[in-house]
Design a protein around this ligand. Structure first.
Ligand code: C2E
Ligand code: CA
Ligand code: CA
Length: 508
């Protein structure tokens, strides 16, 4: 009898659960004992009963299992990790107090996120996305040892917690196997699907002695792995925390700047090489920062694209550019005003509605406006892309390919898209004269295929002479003028007009 007498005396009842072998197999029984009076003699007695509680027990176990595991992949979940970490930590602390031994265990937490998983979900549907996660879970189990903890934290985030006496060796092995195994193509619903992992590693206790700190730092390292070009492993470094701080600060400041509309648009003249006449302007955004002054876009555009803030900012720039184009046209200056369009804007479902709204103050006119996109945006292989560009062209926009030459596309590939202008990247103009053969080839093909070529970044008379010798039609660059305010641009227009010996245009 395993019922505790002390418990019985203290509470008047004592219970004990035990696994018993029965002819029906193993069953859970509950033994309970309570004080009572014998019905016949009236003497004090103990009533012992035994109940089969197997069903209740199994339901309980299932509930506990479900609370600690992910239903889709069957892997342990976040709650499990938190619980298990406490046990592991207690174990490691107790072994660490023992004499410093060469076999003392060390631990690492690896945070894994799948690159472009959202694209799989968006384009192939959630069923395929789910099937992919199940397969990735299996692969993660395969690349780890049975003693490592593999968990799914939610979405496409996974975690591996490993302890080892040879942590560096173990991590190196997991890194190789993980990057290789997860990146293997999968066949799901008749389609080949590929995702790659980005992983961040935090070491215990160096990078954090509690699970929250370890997870945060592994997450930061994972972020760094993504920034380094994805499909990569990165180890946490303290500088990452500082970078995150400035990144989140910048994000918060940019959100405020969007609310307060702290942006302004500068214009850089685009000039005809043969005549020296200003034929257009490129709209370039500037941020009027309350402390740091007027900031150029390289400081903030990448953050805007990552956070989607580029959408309201880009809409503002387009609206300003369209209104300015209309005002200049009204004043007698027939200028092509070009606006940079980011990948985020181009692929946004509301692109056409956004553009219509931005053009409304200028009576919806897209004539006289050009949109600049980059080569990498064309390499996305998105079937919608050509249709989107065609729709923009039907609205009246010209389409230019910006930073041409820095990507991988060939001119034949470009012909699928309604592009009229190629802006040759400044690296080709500013390079050593002996390295300019490639630019010659580009400009020759450009002419053969009927594109208007624009040289970017012309800073010296020598560069302009070369551009002219190549037969490149137009140029932009500090040699003529940098991007300037509307007022300064109008001063440039006036001077240019005089130099062209044209009748003066009406004052804008
Ligand atoms: P981009 O489209 O290639 O714009 C040309 C950049 O080269 C401008 O820098 C311009 O000031 C600079 N530049 C012009 N002439 C010269 C020159 O002779 N020498 C040199 N070294 N540079 C020259 P900015 O204004 O700092 O813009 C940087 C980039 O930011 C732009 O490159 C564009 O990619 C992006 N950007 C600017 N405004 C917008 C915008 O409204 N929307 C989006 N999505 N991106 C923008
Ligand atoms: Ca541009
Ligand atoms: Ca450019």
């Amino acid at each position: 009898m395993t019922v505790s007498w002390a418990e019985l005396d203290a509470h008047g009842v004592a219970k004990h659960t035990l696994l018993v072998k029965t002819p029906q197999g193993e069953r859970w029984h509950e033994l309970s004992a309570r004080h009572c009076k014998d019905a016949v003699t009236g003497q004090s007695a103990i009533l012992v009963s035994e109940t089969d509680i197997s069903t209740v027990k199994h339901t309980e176990e299932r509930a506990q299992y479900q609370a600690l595991h992910d239903a889709l992949t069957g892997l342990p979940n976040r709650s499990y990790v938190l619980k298990r970490f406490q046990q592991l930590q207690a174990h490691m602390e107790s072994t660490a107090h023992q004499a410093i031994s060469p076999t003392a265990e060390q631990a690492a937490l690896i945070f894994i996120d799948l690159d472009h998983f959202k694209d799989v979900n968006d384009t192939l549907g959630h069923a395929v996305g789910d099937a992919l996660l199940v397969q990735v879970a299996q692969r993660l189990r395969q690349v780890t040892r049975g003693t490592d903890l593999v968990a799914r934290l939610g979405g496409d985030e996974f975690l591996i917690f490993l302890t080892s006496a040879d942590l560096d060796g173990e991590l190196a092995q997991i890194q190789t196997r993980l990057l290789h195994s997860v990146a293997q193509p999968l066949f799901l619903g008749g389609t080949e699907v590929r995702v790659t992992p980005s992983a961040g590693v935090a070491l215990y206790p160096r990078d954090g002695s509690d699970i929250q700190t370890l997870m945060r730092n592994a997450d930061l390292a994972m972020y760094a792995a993504k920034e380094s070009g994805r499909n990569a492993f990165a180890f946490y470094q303290p500088a990452m925390s500082a970078a995150l701080h400035s990144r989140t600060e910048m994000e918060a400041e940019l959100r405020q700047a969007v609310e307060r509309n702290a942006f302004t648009v500068y214009f850089q003249p685009r000039v005809d090489v043969a005549t020296g006449q200003i034929t257009g302007a490129e709209a370039l955004v500037r941020w009027q920062h309350p402390v740091r002054g007027l900031l150029p876009p390289d400081v903030f555009i990448a953050t805007c694209e990552r956070t989607g803030l580029i959408r309201p900012i880009g809409n503002f720039v387009l609206q300003q550019a369209a209104a300015q184009q209309a005002r200049w046209a009204h004043a007698g200056y027939d200028l092509l005003v070009s606006v940079n369009l980011s990948a985020y804007q181009l692929m946004h479902p509301a692109l056409l509605a956004d553009i219509a709204a931005a053009l409304a103050p200028a009576q919806g006119q897209a004539q006289g406006l050009e949109l600049e996109i980059t080569e990498s945006m064309l390499l996305d292989n998105d079937p919608q892309l050509a249709e989107r560009l065609a729709a923009l062209q039907r609205m009246g926009f010209l389409i230019a390919l910006d930073d041409f030459g820095t990507g991988y596309s060939n001119l034949a590939y470009l012909q699928r898209f309604p592009i009229t202008t190629l802006k040759i990247d400044k690296t080709f103009i500013q390079c050593d004269p002996s390295d300019r053969q490639l630019t010659s080839v580009i400009t020759t093909m450009c002419k053969l295929m009927g594109y208007t070529a624009v040289a970017e970044g012309v800073e010296t008379p020598e560069q302009l002479a070369w551009v002219q010798a190549q037969g490149i039609a137009q140029y932009q660059g500090y040699l003529y003028a940098p991007a300037v305010s509307v007022r300064a641009f109008e001063a440039l227009l006036a001077t240019n007009n005089l130099m062209q010996n044209r009748p003066p245009a009406q004052s804008p």
